[in-house]
Each structure stands twice: as structure tokens, then as C-alpha cells.
Design a protein around this ligand. Structure first.
Ligand SMILES: Cc1cc2nc3c(=O)[nH]c(=O)nc-3n(C[C@H](O)[C@H](O)[C@H](O)COP(=O)(O)OP(=O)(O)OC[C@H]3O[C@@H](n4cnc5c(N)ncnc54)[C@H](O)[C@@H]3O)c2cc1C
Length: 631
């Protein structure tokens, strides 16, 4: 990445900024790019905790261990709280800490959710937000999915070799965030596809256009020629920074708080920033908006440090309450799930397979192929480019038993007993949760809305992503030091219906072992294993085998009405706070049926459009001015 216009200390900053964005990640960079493009006369300061640097692809060479992710060098990296509902296990929390954010460290699997997921966001805000101009349903966000990425079609021979299908009506953008289908698949890939077809799964032609139930090809967020990772730091900063004198990027600085003068919430607020080199604290004022884009883990931390959050928690933390918003850091969701694994007992001659990477000649050729133009070979595949997404009615004939259990817990009020204790019986959080559960129950009933995702590329195991968790976790400041990493409590499967759904998913996945395709190779189940049959034993297996986080934390500053525990409105402005917005994966009320980066770019694009529309009007005749002030 070129380093022009990167600022590293306060003395390099200009004296006035119109917009300040906290967090140079997937969404923050998208917004900064669009604002500096639309408003050449207005200045934008983007403050990023991490450094600017090369972000290797998830599996780029050279590697000491094939498949090892190198994400840790540029990531926040800490342990969650132990989970009493899943044998007191903890999980590794990972999030990008680099210019590009999590798009620069992620698995590069680049799918979108189903249309029903985004329609559910609108339902979460209904009826209170019904009259808003800002529509976050599928029709309202689809144009921004298209705008946010340049999808390049595979060559005809690659498409024919692997049977790739796609539909360009889902794409059409020219933003330099790239996605493509790779010119390489492992030799056992067709087994999985044939197995799913044996299971009667619909083979989808294109899954990025909103209709996503079935067997899908998924693009990879990489350049179509070099196969190098494409991320927000490249597409929304390096590609534009030398043409934007109004765009300043301050790296290695932490946004600590936003500060309103005199205990009010009329704004826009000051932004307090800390140098990570020397701990120096300083304030910057802004005229237009402060936009918090620090990701689902750190956005609530900034708000809580600012006195914007659950009043009861803030007083425990000794922070004066500026705005009691119980939803800040609540409503944490993530995809979780166990896996199913098997062995082939009959000889097969699949070649090549990842085990061939242990052969020095094969490995050297793979590395050389990655440096060719165009790149070829195993390294162009990244993590995977296929998955099944199946609805609950297509998974189990007993789906209504599960769904009725959800409706019952909403009706009889018992749903609230599964919420975190520190929700302190807050009526708004409980109302919002019940509203969400009804929406999820409706989603799960829909035969076209996926309940499970199971990605695959190669090998002898698949995992079962629970796409619509009912359990809710929390992100809270570390009471010992508010500036350290927040305390994350996933509370995975704290709502017992999540176990019912995991159980249905595992039973469904283990059925694949019995298909004709699998049996051709003498496939035997290894996990859960033939001896694990009763529901009780299976739940025990799920607990032992559970991945708490597929690295999709979200929803901790949800776009919902304040009276339902929401933090932002459909204009993404924080309820009750002037000049303060949240634009990142925190704003989703509910998880979509997808990994999150494509949605993060689309949210960034849509938010930027809304901000541009608002600030294209004259600024009330005032001169645009902001000043640096000592703290
Ligand atoms: C290891 C991993 C694998 C993943 N795999 C996939 C995948 O294969 N496909 C997919 O689509 N999604 C994947 N995801 C999820 C996806 O990448 C993220 O959900 C998405 O990029 C989040 O975007 P965001 O803008 O909300 O936050 P981020 O992109 O994480 O950006 C937040 C930024 O804010 C900065 N920041 C934090 N606190 C502060 C502060 N106080 N002051 C200043 N800056 C701050 C951070 O350093 C970061 O750069 C993965 C995520 C991870 C971590």
C-alpha cells in the first residue's frame, strides 16, 4: 500500500475536519471513500487503531502449515468469557486491526444473505420505522450490493471444467473491490457436490441475487488475475488516496470516546483520540457527523466509554451516564456450530488433494503458479467457494415443533429468562428480543430461507453454521481498564432452542454419509460416530464439537426502535444523540444467512449515499470548520 497521506501524529493533522470516522475497516473505509469523492471541498479524518500494511490472503504462500491462517499479526486477538451452556468453554475472538479491518484478515468467502434476511431487518424496525425513507429491506440494499463490488466472470474453459454458473444480473458494479471464481478446485470437490445432489438439494444457478436456498457457488474476494486478496484498504484507500487531498488517514490511534459539551447530547460531539505510540490524548471537533465504524466488538466499547449505553452497567463501570441506551453492546450474535466428519474406506485416486502440498515439488509448483499472470493453482482457491444453504422445512419434517417452541416462549414470556442477567429486566431489551424471536420463527418456517450453511472445498468434514441464532450475548467494557479489549460473552446456545436446531442440522448432515456417492467410496462416519444416536448423546457431541464463532460477531448497536432496545434508527443515527452515527456490522438487528464482508460493503455504500444526500444541502449557512483542541 502506498503511504501518501497517512498521518501518524497529531502534528500532521489539519486544523479542520467535517467528518470523522472511527475505524478504518470494511465499512469505515467504504464510507470515507464515498464522502471524500462526493465532497471534494469537505474533509474527512479516518482514525484507525492498526497500521497500514500488506494483508496476505488467507492461505497465501509461503506457509509453514498448509491452511494455517496468518490473520493474527494484524488482528485483535483475545478470549471470550467461559460459556456455562457449552461446558464452560471459551473461544478465540478475532477481528481485523489494520487498514482494511476484517476484510484484510478474513477467509475471503464472499457471499450475500438471502432476500428474507434483509426483509427481516425492516420487520425488526416495524411499525416504528415504516414511514422512514431509508429502506433496509432486500430491494433497498440490493443496488448497493451490486455497486460495492466488481465481479469478474471466469473464463469459458474454467467455467466448463468446474461447472461454474453465475448470473450477471446480480452484479454490474465497477468499485475496485474484486470478486471472482477461482481457476482451481481440489479433486474431491465434485464428491461433495454430487453428495448434496443425491440429497435432493436444489442446485442454484446464482445465489447473490437474493434467492439462496440450495447448493451455491460462492465468489472469493480476490483479484481475478493475480488472485491476491481484495480488501477495503486497497479498494477504498490505496486506489484513491493520491487523488483526494481531503482524505486523511490517521493510523495507530484509538478513538477512545465521543464527548458532548456540558452534559448535553447536542452535537456533533468531540472525538477523543489516543496515540498508541505515546498514550497522548487529544480532542478533535467536527462540524457534520461523527461516524463510528469500529466493528461489532469495538463500536459498543467506544459508545460505553462515552457514557452511551446501559445505565446500570455504566454506573458499575464508574462512567457518568450521558445517554441510557441499554442496547449498546447487547444483542450480540454470531454464527456457531458443530461439524460432521467421515473416512473413506475404499481406495480412491483423487488428485490433487491438500495432502499433496507436503510434496516439495507439488508445493513449489503451487507457489510458482501463484506468482504467474494470471495466477494458477491451489493458492487461487483461498478457503472455499461452495456451500449449501438449506431451510429448516427442508431439513426436518419436525420443523414446526421447533418453531412452535419459539412462538410459545414469546407468548408466555419465558423468552426473557434466556437473556443475559445484566439486561436487568430492561423492558425495552425484552420487547426487542421477543419481536426478534417472532421474526426468526417466521424466517425458519419459510422453505426458501436458509437455516443452515455448510461450506466445503475439500476433505472429510463439514461444519453446520446455525444461521439464525436465538441466543444473545454481550460486549461490555473491561472494568479494570476501559481502554483494553472489551469483555465478550457469546452466550452461545443460552437459548435452548438453538440446541434443537443444532440437533436437526447434525442429523441432516450425517445423512450425507449414506448417499450413493459417499457409499461408492465406502464412507464411514467418524463424528459424531455411529455410537452417538440418542438426542442426549448428540447434544453432548454438539457441545464438545461446537465452534462458538465463525468470526461473524454483529448486531451490538442494532437498527431498531429505542423502545425495543435499538441503538440507531434507519438513518443510522444514534437515538437521542446529535451528529453521531454507527455504520458497521453492529447496526444489523439480525444476522444474515452469509459471511459478513459483502454485507459490510453494501451497508457502507448505502450509508454513504444517505449521508451524502443529507449533507449535500447547505450546512445552515455556517462556515465548515473544526478545530483541534487539547483534551
Ligand atoms: C478471521 C476472520 C475471518 C472471517 N471470514 C470471513 C469470510 O470468509 N467471509 C466474509 O464475508 N466475512 C468474514 N469475516 C467477517 C467479516 O470480514 C467482518 O464481519 C466484516 O469485515 C466487519 O466489517 P466492519 O466494518 O464491521 O468491521 P471491521 O472491518 O473489523 O473494521 C473495524 C475497524 O475498526 C478498527 N478499530 C477498532 N476499534 C477502534 C478504535 N477504538 N479506534 C479506531 N479504530 C478502531 C479496527 O482496527 C478495524 O480496522 C471474517 C472475520 C474474521 C475476523
Amino acid at each position: 500500500l502506498p503511504h501518501a497521506a497517512v498521518k501518524r501524529q497529531i502534528s500532521q493533522l489539519r486544523h479542520s475536519y467535517d467528518f470523522i470516522i472511527a475505524g478504518g475497516g470494511t465499512t469505515g473505509l467504504t464510507v470515507a471513500d464515498r464522502l471524500t469523492e462526493a465532497f471534494p471541498e469537505k474533509s474527512v479524518l479516518l482514525v484507525e487503531y492498526g497500521e497500514i500494511g500488506y494483508a496476505a490472503g488467507i492461505f497465501d504462500p509461503p506457509q509453514t502449515v498448509w491452511g494455517e491462517s496468518r490473520a493474527s499479526a494484524s488482528s485483535f486477538n483475545f478470549q471470550s468469557l467461559p460459556n456455562p451452556d457449552v461446558k464452560n468453554k471459551t473461544a478465540l475472538v478475532f477481528a481485523g486491526k489494520v487498514v482494511g479491518g476484517s476484510s484484510a484478515v478474513n477467509g475471503m468467502f464472499f457471499d450475500r444473505g438471502s432476500r428474507f434476511d434483509y426483509d427481516a431487518w425492516t420487520q425488526a424496525g416495524s411499525p416504528e420505522f415504516d414511514s422512514s425513507e431509508d429502506k433496509w429491506n432486500w430491494n433497498g440494499i440490493f443496488p448497493y450490493f451490486k455497486k460495492s463490488v466488481t465481479f469478474t466472470e471466469p473464463s469459458a474453459d474454467v467455467a466448463q471444467k468446474y461447472g461454474y454458473t453465475w448470473n450477471m444480473s446480480a452484479f454490474g458494479g465497477s468499485t475496485p473491490i474484486y470478486s471472482s471464481l477461482p481457476p482451481f478446485l481440489w479433486a474431491d470437490h465434485p464428491i461433495a457436490r454430487d453428495t448434496w445432489k443425491d440429497m435432493g438439494i436444489r442446485v442454484a444457478n446464482e445465489c447473490a441475487g437474493g434467492d439462496k436456498e440450495g447448493l451455491c457457488w460462492v465468489p472469493i474476494s480476490q483479484h481475478p488475475v493475480t488472485a491476491r486478496r481484495s480488501h477495503a484498504g486497497l479498494g477504498h484507500y490505496a486506489a484513491v488516496n493520491d487523488t483526494r487531498p481531503n482524505y486523511d488517514l490517521l493510523v495507530k490511534h484509538q478513538v477512545t470516546r465521543v464527548l458532548y459539551p456540558n452534559g448535553t447530547t447536542s452535537g456533533p460531539p468531540l472525538v477523543e483520540i489516543r496515540s498508541l505510540d505515546d498514550d497522548h490524548l487529544f480532542n478533535v471537533t467536527t462540524k457534520a457527523e461523527v461516524i463510528i465504524s469500529a466493528g461489532a466488538l469495538h463500536t459498543p466499547a467506544i459508545l460505553q466509554r462515552s457514557g452511551i449505553g446501559p445505565a446500570s452497567f455504566l454506573s458499575t463501570a464508574g462512567i457518568p451516564v450521558v445517554l441510557d441506551l441499554p442496547g449498546v453492546g447487547s444483542n450480540l450474535q454470531d454464527h456457531s456450530g458443530p461439524g460432521v466428519s467421515w473416512n473413506y474406506t475404499k481406495p480412491n485416486n483423487f488428485s490433487p488433494l491438500p495432502s499433496d502440498m507436503l510434496n516439495p515439488i507439488f508445493a513449489a509448483d503451487a507457489a510458482a503458479g501463484f506468482d504467474e499472470t494470471p495466477a494458477r493453482g491451489p493458492y487461487t482457491l483461498a478457503m472455499s467457494n461452495s456451500a449449501i444453504y438449506i431451510s429448516l422445512p427442508n431439513i426436518t419434517i419436525d420443523y414446526m415443533k421447533i418453531i412452535n417452541r419459539i412462538y410459545r416462549m414469546v407468548d408466555d414470556g419465558s423468552a426473557a429468562s434466556y437473556l443475559p442477567a445484566d439486561y436487568n429486566s430492561d423492558p425495552t431489551l425484552i420487547a426487542g428480543y421477543k419481536h426478534q424471536l417472532s421474526i426468526i420463527a417466521d424466517l425458519l418456517k419459510n422453505p426458501k430461507a436458509p437455516s443452515i450453511e455448510s461450506p466445503f472445498a475439500t476433505g472429510t468434514s463439514v461444519r453446520a453454521f446455525l444461521l439464525h441464532p436465538l441466543s444473545r450475548g454481550t460486549v461490555r467494557l473491561n472494568l479494570e481498564n476501559h481502554l483494553l479489549q472489551p469483555i465478550l460473552d457469546y452466550r452461545t446456545a443460552s437459548n435452548p432452542v438453538d440446541f434443537d436446531i443444532h440437533l436437526a442440522h447434525v442429523k441432516y448432515l450425517r445423512r450425507m454419509i449414506g448417499t450413493d456417492t459417499m457409499q461408492k467410496y465406502g464412507t464411514l462416519e467418524v463424528g459424531p460416530g455411529p455410537s452417538v444416536q440418542s438426542d442426549e448423546a448428540l447434544i453432548n457431541y454438539v457441545k464438545d464439537n461446537m465452534t462458538f464463532s465463525f468470526m461473524h460477531p454483529c448486531c451490538t448497536a442494532a437498527m431498531m426502535p429505542r423502545e425495543k432496545g435499538g441503538v440507531v434508527g434507519p438513518d443510522l443515527k444514534v437515538h437521542g444523540a446529535d451528529g453521531l452515527m454507527v455504520v458497521d456490522m453492529s447496526i444489523m438487528p439480525l444476522l444474515p444467512s452469509s459471511h459478513l464482508s459483502a454485507t459490510a460493503y453494501a451497508v457502507g455504500e448505502k450509508a454513504a449515499d444517505m449521508i451524502i444526500k443529507q449533507w449535500s444541502k447547505p450546512f445552515n449557512g455556517h462556515e465548515l470548520r473544526a478545530t483541534l483542541r487539547p483534551a
